[in-house]
Design a binder for this molecule. Structure first.
Ligand SMILES: *[C@@H]1O[C@H](CO)[C@@H](O)[C@H](O)[C@H]1NC(C)=O
Ligand SMILES: *[C@@H]1O[C@H](CO)[C@@H](O)[C@H](O)[C@H]1NC(C)=O
Ligand SMILES: *[C@@H]1O[C@H](CO)[C@@H](O)[C@H](O)[C@H]1NC(C)=O
Ligand SMILES: *[C@@H]1O[C@H](CO)[C@@H](O)[C@H](O)[C@H]1NC(C)=O
Ligand SMILES: *[C@@H]1O[C@H](CO)[C@@H](O)[C@H](O)[C@H]1NC(C)=O
Length: 373
């Protein structure tokens, strides 16, 4: 018990500024006892970057299959796309043979998921706002998406498919964070992705800037978790491992209606972030700027208190946890759109190599019964 909870708290220390990676949610929180979920303010299932990229790439791939003339007879129904998330079943349908493991599963597991998660661990991107649409660095974050998308296409054109998948994972992390870190959803876009991301058209949006010194108000309720002896011990252990402000009782915010500038895009500031040149990107003192928020964002405990992130379905980590499902669904939609755009750019043949789908001519051979297994 002690070990499990200690490991849980220790793990979250490193991963808080993002949709929390699968390993934390799946292996720790979900298996912790139910009373913890309640105390931590769980309102919904938490989607991880890994889950989001998996659903997005599969959706785009099913669309690819559904548009292949030779497969038209299968009448793949895109309105029931979740039916095809079991890739072995989908491949059985398409290739009329049983696979132990599909190539698409393999690239999701080996290339896409590790790279989408890596942005929160790599020292050059972990605390760098451009990689996460943080600290109102909209132009720079968008430039990063443009630059990296270009690199994905270049890699594909020079037949470096594995490299292209790695960069795709990294750039998708930034794109996905747009939905959980900014006020796009609070501006009223509950069902619409921002297709301008990754293009020059994005600069036409109105952004909060440094002179916008009031973007949030303290319209939050504070929750407290009393520390028992065990939690107190864990906290003092944590303090020896890393400078952190967590104190007993553990405090977190639930915020609604706390963003005041919903006529323009705003993101939160996260404690200890730095620009690539090393200058601080922390929440400016004497301002009323929104914080990212959550247990370990210690800056979210100074004015303006609270935060706006939608990374998880737990208020403990996400003051806007009630919008997490909406943010995750838009992130999945945009991930699908990203792969659709790559395909439109490079064509079906290269796309099938990029996502390692078995080749078109092989399908024809199977259908003409010219290959036997
Ligand atoms: C596809 O699925 C939708 C939603 O379940 C259904 O309404 C529609 O009839 C299906 N289309 C076909 C061609 O089966
Ligand atoms: C699938 O393969 C089996 C033999 O393995 C064959 O009898 C059957 O006709 C095939 N079905 C289609 C739709 O090609
Ligand atoms: C994007 O690429 C341009 C031109 O190569 C470069 O000047 C800029 O620093 C890059 N920006 C980011 C955020 O990667
Ligand atoms: C604070 O939030 C409530 C809803 O929880 C909302 O009705 C109210 O307008 C908000 N206050 C401000 C100043 O936005
Ligand atoms: C915002 O900035 C203006 C001038 O730039 C300043 O007068 C004002 O005090 C600032 N407000 C806050 C809350 O920092």
């Amino acid at each position: 018990m002690l070990l499990k909870h200690f490991f849980f708290l220790f793990s979250v220390i490193n991963y808080l500024n993002a949709f929390i990676p699968a390993r934390i949610i799946d292996f720790l929180i979900e298996k912790a006892d139910g009373s913890l979920k309640d105390q931590f303010g769980e309102v919904s299932h938490s989607y991880t970057h890994e889950e989001i990229i998996r659903q997005g790439v599969i959706r785009s791939t099913v669309k690819y299959f559904s548009e292949q003339k030779d497969l038209a007879y299968l009448k793949l129904n895109l309105s029931q796309i979740e039916k095809y998330f079991n890739l072995r079943a989908l491949y059985k349908l398409i290739y009329n043979r049983t696979f132990c493991k599909t190539d698409l599963d393999e690239i999701i597991f080996k290339d896409l998921q590790p790279s989408v998660a890596s942005v929160d661990f790599d020292s050059d991107t972990k605390d760098m706002p451009y990689a996460h649409f943080d600290a109102n660095t909209f132009r720079e974050s968008n430039l990063r998406v443009m630059n990296m998308t270009k690199k994905v296409l270049e890699s594909i054109r020079s037949r470096k498919f594995e490299r292209a998948r790695e960069i795709s994972g990294k750039v998708l992390h930034t794109i996905q964070d747009f939905y959980s870190h900014s006020n796009w959803i609070e501006m009223g876009n509950h069902d619409k992705i921002n297709k301008a991301i990754g293009t020059v058209a994005f600069d036409k949006f109105k952004f909060a800037s440094k002179s916008d010194n009031i973007t949030c108000v303290a319209n939050c309720t504070i929750k407290e978790i009393k520390c028992n002896k065990m939690i107190s011990t864990m906290i003092s252990l944590l303090k020896n491992l890393r400078k952190t402000n967590i104190n007993c009782p553990i405090k977190y915010f639930k915020c609604k209606g706390n963003i005041v500038t919903n006529d323009r895009l705003v993101t939160g500031y996260y404690v200890d972030q730095k620009l690539p040149d090393g200058t601080s990107a922390s929440k400016p003192a004497d301002s009323l700027m929104c914080s990212h928020g959550g247990l370990l964002d210690s800056d979210s405990f100074r004015p303006v208190q609270g935060g706006i992130n939608k990374d998880t379905g737990y208020y403990l980590f996400s003051p806007h946890a009630h919008l997490h499902q909406t943010a995750a669904k838009l992130a999945i939609k945009h991930t699908e759109y990203f792969f659709d755009q790559i395909r439109a750019e490079i064509g079906d043949d290269d796309f099938s190599k990029f996502v390692r789908i078995i080749m078109q001519d092989l399908i024809e051979l199977i259908q003409k019964n010219l290959v036997f297994y």
